[in-house]
Ligand binder design. Structure first.
Ligand code: IVH
Length: 748
């Protein structure tokens, strides 16, 4: 148990001389995790270490798996994302979600042509209308940054998150509760805080009565700038299309049907408005913000005050200056009448309230020259073009480079060397080329392929553009730019499972010139491994004798690992786990594969008449895992220089991995050895052994393991817990078995 002072940890069992019930333990753990979550994400003041948090989390996970009867959709364990949904339900908003009218900062041309006296003319007109409508000179307003995100509403009933929805058409929106639950800074249950205002005072002894019966909070979900940059980087590396700006990234993420994907994307939320409400009267905007603080709901900041035109203009200018330091994109400032009674007097137009306006800033854009395009090779071999620019100052920092993402992007904008380009910062952080202004004489369209002479700039290996991907990629298995990725994959749990050989060691091996490709691992001496420096020159850190011995032993043992693991470990493109297993079913050893008649026939077969049944192939009943794309990738890999080199190394090392599931013609199978042949299993809940291990055991006996329950499922193996899959299996009337039964089936 934690030694936290006011930590709402579990009641001491000895105190009552009885062990708390599972339900009480679950309740306490949920409360405790919620509390620490708030400290970490909303207040950035954690009281316990990450490891302690994880321990509590796992404890709760275990108890919940054991006691599915205490399921609660707001449990902190569901922050990692529940089951995927098939589509969005619609929510009718309790109070319509209106938009606000925009008033624009005017560019020089607009000022000249409209006869306006300054860029802020529309804002001045807006404030004058407020003065007129309220019939007074001093109208108190607040001014805050306009967050460039996705509008959502969070509805809390009795302090519990009932649902979260997007704006939609203002009357009805999409129910995005499943995705919003994964956003850690959003409280799932409201708890009265010792508040920002009263922080430092003793923990408030406020009762639940201070939590409004009904509270609908409106705000923006957004992706923080740095997280956006990292996500786009990752997508560039994976050869996927990038998001144009943080707003698109947030919107695209919220539209995901699989909350597990959403949980991996760092979204955040800030509140800025109130919808339906039943609770103590809130007279001003400030009273509303105090309520948010008290309940630990993250809110938009700063909120500036003004009560005359000069102050409004000064506040707007200040926000325009300060917004560059915020960690999210802003494109304006929102001006709101402070007093709620005055807001009511002003009322609404058909679209929007008269008491608020969004002052939209012109994005800061500058012209500069694109001097050069360099091509970087990422860790997965993706070639990324990067523009080198004559440095310019934009939105508070110097911009000298801008990623061009890929050839498609270059072609779309028709970017050419030497062009004068217009540059801005997407979401105020990522430098981006908006468009070309003019070309120098004779400039030609830029071809990434030609600029690198059709070769990888890192290793001179072949490059190719895969179907369905926008990126060019180096396909050389030995490319040093990809060495770390390959070695990491080779040593991974699902590949050769080389204990002690993780990313840090792989990086050090490549950095110090010991390895250029995974097979080089087998030439390492125990001595050189022990002396490997995992740190830097200034702060060296030796890998050490004990670790070195462990890795050498793991490498030795890997030589006897089955063929499918080796095939997967080699990191051949297109070749996933299932395809590797299927290839291993069709071939006895690795050395059979480069000259495989079966693969040659798969290629021939799909090249000619696909509809004509190929009898020679039919007897192999090849699964969809090995189709044309896989056959081509495997055959061309072994023909490539890298593949040939690998084969030579295999021969030198005397390694020729053997299939453990060789059974090319299933009809000839000795079925007694494969009692599970033709059966499909789905595993759900917690088992006493690792799921992957169970999967291997089922597959070794001829069974298949699938991730989703369908009418084709033969058995659902349900461990403890196992919610939705178990329910679906029950609905479909499928056989649900436990661990005892599967062990019997495995014995045949
Ligand atoms: S107040 C009645 N404050 O911008 C609506 N909105 O373009 C009052 N937005 O619908 C909205 N930041 O989704 C408000 N600080 C902020 C905002 C903000 C972003 C969004 C909001 C609004 C849209 C209008």
């Amino acid at each position: 148990m934690l030694a936290g002072h006011d930590t709402p940890a579990m009641a001491d069992p000895d105190l009552f001389s009885q062990v708390p019930s599972a339900e009480a333990q679950i309740r306490e753990l949920r409360r405790s995790l919620g509390y620490h979550n708030r400290l970490y994400y909303s207040q950035a003041e954690p009281e316990i270490s990450d490891a302690d948090y994880d321990r509590l989390f796992r404890e709760l996970e275990k108890l919940e798996a054991k006691h599915p009867e205490f399921h609660d959709p707001n449990s902190p364990t569901l922050r990692v994302g529940g089951a995927p949904i098939s589509g969005f339900q619609q929510v009718r908003h309790a109070v319509p979600m209106l938009s606000i009218d925009d008033v624009f900062e005017l560019g020089a041309e607009a000022v000249a042509s409209s006869g306006a006296s300054c860029p802020e003319q529309e804002l001045i007109d807006y404030y004058r209308r407020l003065q007129k409508n309220l019939d007074r000179d001093e109208v108190a307003v607040t001014i805050e940054p306009k967050i460039d995100g996705v509008a959502v509403t969070l509805l809390y009933r009795d302090g519990k998150l009932a649902y979260a929805a997007t704006r939609g058409d203002g009357q009805t929106g999409d129910d995005v509760t499943h995705n919003v639950r994964t956003i850690r800074s959003i409280p799932l249950e409201l708890v009265v805080q010792n508040g920002h205002a009263t922080r430092g005072a003793s923990r408030a002894s406020v009762t639940d009565a201070s939590i409004p019966k009904l509270l609908e909070v409106r705000g923006e979900i957004f992706m923080p700038n740095e997280a956006f940059a990292a996500l786009n980087n990752e997508r560039d590396e994976a050869g996927l299309a990038t998001f144009a700006n943080p707003r698109n990234a947030a919107a695209g993420t919220l539209k995901q049907l699989d909350p597990k994907v959403v949980a991996t994307r760092p979204l955040a939320f800030l509140a800025h408005g109130l919808g339906a409400y039943e609770g103590p009267v809130l007279e001003t905007e400030h009273a509303f913000h105090e309520l948010l603080s008290r309940l630990g709901i993250p809110q938009n900041q700063p909120i500036l005050n003004a009560s005359n035109l000069a102050e409004v203009l000064a506040a707007v200018a200040q926000i325009n200056h300060d917004r560059h330091a915020l960690d999210y994109g802003t494109d304006g400032a929102v001006v709101k009448v402070l007093n709620r009674a005055e807001r009511e007097r002003l009322g609404f137009t058909s679209r929007a309230p008269r008491w608020a306006a969004a002052y939209k800033f012109l994005p800061e854009q500058k012209e500069t020259t694109l001097n050069h395009i360099i091509i970087q090779v990422g860790r997965t071999g993706v070639l990324t073009p990067v523009a080198e620019l004559t440095p310019v100052l934009i939105s508070g920092s110097t911009v000298a480079r801008a990623t061009l993402h890929n050839q498609d992007e270059i072609s779309k904008k028709d970017i050419r060397l030497g062009a004068t380009v217009l540059v801005e910062k997407a979401g105020e952080i990522i430098p981006a080329i908006v468009k070309v202004i003019r070309y120098p004489e004779g400039a030609k369209p830029f071809s990434l392929f030609e600029s690198v002479g059709g070769k990888c700039p890192s290793c001179s290996g072949p490059i190719s553009q895969e179907e369905g991907f926008v990126a060019w990629r180096c396909t050389n298995f030995q490319c040093p730019a990809q060495a770390v990725t390959h070695i990491k994959h080779f040593a991974g749990r699902k590949a050769l499972d080389l204990e002690g050989l993780g990313e840090i060691v792989a990086e050090a091996l490549v950095r110090n010139g010991h390895c250029q490709s995974p097979l080089d691992l087998f030439s390492l001496s125990e001595d050189s491994l022990a002396n490997l420096n995992l740190g830097t020159d200034d702060a060296p850190r030796r890998f050490g004798e004990k670790n070195a011995a462990k890795v050498i032993a793991a490498l030795e043992a890997s030589k006897r690992k089955p063929l499918h693991r080796w095939l997967f470990a080699m990191g051949i493109r297109q070749l996933g786990e299932s395809a590797a297993r299927e290839l291993a079913r069709l071939h006895r050893t690795l050395s059979e594969i480069p000259d495989s008649e079966i693969l040659a026939e798969v290629l021939r077969d799909t090249r000619t008449d696909a509809k004509k049944k190929n009898e020679w192939l039919a007897k192999y009943t090849i699964t969809g895992d090995v189709g044309r794309a896989v056959a081509e990738a495997v055959v061309s890999f072994f023909k490539s220089t890298a593949g040939q080199h690998a084969l030579v190394r295999f021969a030198e090392l005397g390694i020729d991995p053997v299939s453990e599931n060789y059974l090319p013609i299933a009809a000839e199978a000795d079925l007694s050895a494969l009692p599970l042949a033709g059966k499909t299993f789905v595993i759900t809940g917690t088992l006493s052994m690792d799921r992957d291990e169970m999967k291997e055991r089922i597959e070794a006996k001829g069974g298949k393991v699938s991730g989703s329950v369908s009418a084709k499922t033969s058995y659902v193996l349900a461990g403890e817990g196992g919610g939705s899959k178990r329910e679906k299996a029950e609905k479909l009337g499928l056989a649900i078995i436990g661990e005892d039964e599967i062990l019997k089936l495995l014995q045949g």
